[in-house]
Design a protein around this ligand. Structure first.
Ligand SMILES: C[S@@+](CC[C@H](N)C(=O)[O-])C[C@H]1O[C@@H](n2cnc3c(N)ncnc32)[C@H](O)[C@@H]1O
Length: 265
């Protein structure tokens, strides 16, 4: 039995199960398995689902938070409606997407379309849980796809963490490989518990792994105040000799998937 055949068979099994249970994507089982192990989502939570299309994780989020919670999904692609959830179509790093997410969050319509308790003057509502299954459009070149996945994960941290309440939970997909420690270390500056997890539904089928972060600190640890996860990732890559951050001198490209892959002559 070839490895490729086995992987294809596994994927088909999850796909069939998803269809029989009314989920839009087999990836729904990945979030279910993350939830079983880590209990990220509690009843009544306000949840942001990043990279939500076609909506499998959104369906699971709605089930887990229940009628009094709130679920907002964002993706570059438009998803057909999921009862009880709100969708924003756009890039998670765009200002306009941010405004739309904030608007929906402050409006506070729950899954069963009631209003969340009114906010006091000057108060801002924040999410309890952010789940991100964001993935680049795969090129098939592993180095490149893996590098872009790390950059995407760093971007999701930087753009969405200000919307996550202290004590809140966060999960994001990353592809295993070079530089992953840079993102893991940056996460550890911001959350008290950070673990990598491979759900059965993705095991054997790819090199993706989920970074599960619990208990967001009110502020990042000292060394990370005033820096972004993307900057910390770049610094890590530089310390590993994978990129050079000083771009002022003439450069020649060296082989790697990373965006700023350059070497001084
Ligand atoms: C693996 S799919 C998500 C599947 C989804 N979790 C589900 O269960 O149905 C990854 C998604 O990330 C989205 N994505 C990639 N870059 C994005 C960005 N910058 N902003 C928003 N979504 C993005 C893609 O459009 C794609 O739909």
């Amino acid at each position: 039995m070839s490895k490729r055949w086995f992987q294809g068979h596994q994927r088909d099994t999850w796909r069939r199960q998803a269809r029989s249970k009314g989920y839009r994507a087999r990836s729904a089982f990945k979030l279910k398995q993350i939830q079983e192990k880590f209990m990220l989502i509690r009843e009544g939570d306000l949840i942001l689902d990043v990279g939500c299309h076609p909506g499998g994780w959104t369906q699971v989020s709605v089930e887990e938070t229940g009628p009094n919670g709130l679920v907002i999904g964002i993706d570059l692609l438009t998803s057909s409606p999921v009862e009880g959830a709100h969708f924003v179509t756009g890039d998670v790093s765009d200002e306009s997407s941010h405004s739309l997410i904030l608007e929906l969050l402050q409006e506070g319509r729950t899954v069963d379309d009631n209003s969340l308790p009114e906010l006091k003057e000057g108060e801002t509502r924040l999410f309890n849980t952010i789940v991100s299954d964001i993935s680049p459009k795969l090129t098939g070149q592993y180095d490149r796809d893996q590098a872009i996945s790390l950059e995407l994960a760093a971007m999701v941290f930087d753009f969405t963490l200000p919307l996550l309440a202290p004590g809140g939970s966060f999960v994001t997909k990353i592809f295993q490989g070079t530089g992953i420690e840079g993102v893991v270390n940056a996460a550890k500056q911001r959350f008290s518990r950070v673990q990598r997890f491979s759900p059965d539904a993705s095991r054997n089928s790819s090199s993706e792994v989920y970074l599960v972060c619990k208990h967001k600190y009110p502020k990042p640890k000292k060394g990370s105040r005033g820096t972004t996860v993307a900057q910390e990732l770049d610094r890590h890559l530089e310390s590993e000799g994978i990129i050079q951050l000083n771009d002022s001198e003439p450069e020649t490209d060296v082989k790697s998937g990373f965006r700023r892959v350059s070497k001084k002559e």
